[in-house]
Design a protein around this ligand. Structure first.
Ligand SMILES: *[C@@H]1O[C@H](CO)[C@@H](O)[C@H](O)[C@H]1NC(C)=O
Ligand SMILES: *[C@@H]1O[C@H](CO)[C@@H](O)[C@H](O)[C@H]1NC(C)=O
Ligand SMILES: *[C@@H]1O[C@H](CO)[C@@H](O)[C@H](O)[C@H]1NC(C)=O
Ligand SMILES: *[C@@H]1O[C@H](CO)[C@@H](O)[C@H](O)[C@H]1NC(C)=O
Ligand SMILES: *[C@@H]1O[C@H](CO)[C@@H](O)[C@H](O)[C@H]1NC(C)=O
Ligand SMILES: *[C@@H]1O[C@H](CO)[C@@H](O)[C@H](O)[C@H]1NC(C)=O
Ligand SMILES: *[C@@H]1O[C@H](CO)[C@@H](O)[C@H](O)[C@H]1NC(C)=O
Length: 294
């Protein structure tokens, strides 16, 4: 046989009957490496995508942490989660949400507009990229403490921050603000002007407006009544010492604040107080006489 014939009939068929170790699984490539069949053998040139050699001798493949190495392709502001052999982008970071159902990009969530913020009640919400902040309280409110955990109404009247008429104005605090009005006999809101006699509606207004002088007299009478009541109690106690009899004191509290009662009520209260005071004076006198203290 000629050498050429030998080459064609023996060596060529050998070449074409190569066993593909990669296909039949008899290769010894490391787990997760790529098997490359060669004529008569095989080699393992690289690790599969998402894996890398553990050492320069290429004896084993290990997972690549694309998230840590920042070789991932997750959209900006999404969360990267490494998986064995790959990575995934399951959610957007806090304060962000997917722009569409295909989850191709993350965009800032406006917590202020969506009302998902946790700013304290009556504070101002300011959206920021990826979050939100509560920089201050709404007008008319202020932080209750230095930690800025809650907003409370500012009492502009007590703090003298009101813009009511300084001479004849009345300031009434409201939630988040205050209202101005004028004392009896004056009209307006911020600038109080005196109601001239004969001006329309004056009589009607007078009937229901509380006269500050009348209120003053009412409180003076109430103070006198309370003082007389104490005097009476004291006299009765002194009498009890003499008579060894138990006594019972009684004290009335003036009902209604002056702002909630009108002129007619004030006049009626003054009248009642006058009656009560006369009675008390008489009682004190008779009590003293009865037990010989007069
Ligand atoms: C497969 O092995 C052959 C022979 O060694 C080589 O030429 C070829 O580049 C290898 N293929 C890959 C993908 O490494
Ligand atoms: C690679 O193999 C050589 C020869 O077996 C050995 O001397 C060397 O320590 C190995 N290197 C590593 C990083 O395992
Ligand atoms: C991250 O991937 C691991 C492994 O696949 C999985 O168990 C885990 O639930 C994933 N985390 C998130 C937040 O998707
Ligand atoms: C989501 O992807 C599909 C397939 O690529 C496309 O047909 C569809 O329009 C996409 N939807 C949105 C909301 O982008
Ligand atoms: C609101 O947030 C933006 C973005 O951080 C900032 O530029 C701006 O000054 C903030 N406004 C207030 C009132 O704090
Ligand atoms: C503010 O917060 C700190 C830390 O939580 C706390 O120690 C401190 O008592 C708080 N101050 C006020 C006024 O609530
Ligand atoms: C109140 O009156 C003063 C003086 O007449 C004037 O300057 C001011 O603008 C007035 N204020 C209001 C709120 O009307």
């Amino acid at each position: 046989m000629s050498t050429l014939y030998k080459a064609v009939t023996v060596i060529l068929p050998l070449l074409f009957t190569d066993v593909d170790e990669c296909v039949i699984g008899t290769h010894t490539c490391p787990l997760n490496s790529v098997c490359n069949n060669t004529i008569g053998s095989f080699n393992c040139p690289v690790c599969k995508d998402g894996y890398e050699w553990t050492d320069s001798n290429q004896t084993a493949c290990r997972d690549v942490d694309e998230c840590k190495l920042k070789t991932h392709t997750c959209p900006e502001n999404s969360v990267c989660n490494n998986t064995i052999g790959s990575f995934e982008c399951p959610v957007c970071k806090d304060g962000y949400d997917w722009t569409d159902s295909n989850q191709t990009a993350c965009e800032d969530v406006d917590e202020c507009r969506l009302k998902t913020h946790t700013c304290p009640e009556n504070s101002v919400c300011n959206n920021t990229i990826g979050s939100f902040e509560c920089p201050r309280c709404k007008d008319g409110y202020d932080w209750t403490d230095s930690n800025q955990t809650a907003c409370a109404d500012i009492n502009e009247c007590d703090k003298l921050l009101d813009n009511c008429d300084p001479k004849h104005g009345v300031c009434t605090n409201t939630d988040g603000g205050h209202v101005c009005s004028c004392i009896y006999g004056f009209t307006g809101e911020f600038n109080c002007t005196e109601i001239k006699p004969g001006q329309t509606g004056l009589e009607e207004q007078q009937k229901y407006l509380v006269d500050s002088a009348a209120v003053f007299r009412m409180y003076a009478l109430e103070a006198e009544r309370q003082s007389l009541e104490k005097q009476l109690e004291n006299v009765l106690r002194q009498c009890a010492l003499v008579a060894r009899k138990p006594t019972r004191g009684k004290r009335a509290v003036l009902a209604g604040s002056p702002a909630a009662i009108n002129r007619v009520q004030v006049d009626s209260l003054i009248n009642n107080l006058g009656v009560a005071i006369r009675k008390l004076k008489a009682n004190i006198l008779s009590a003293k006489k009865a037990c010989g203290l007069a």
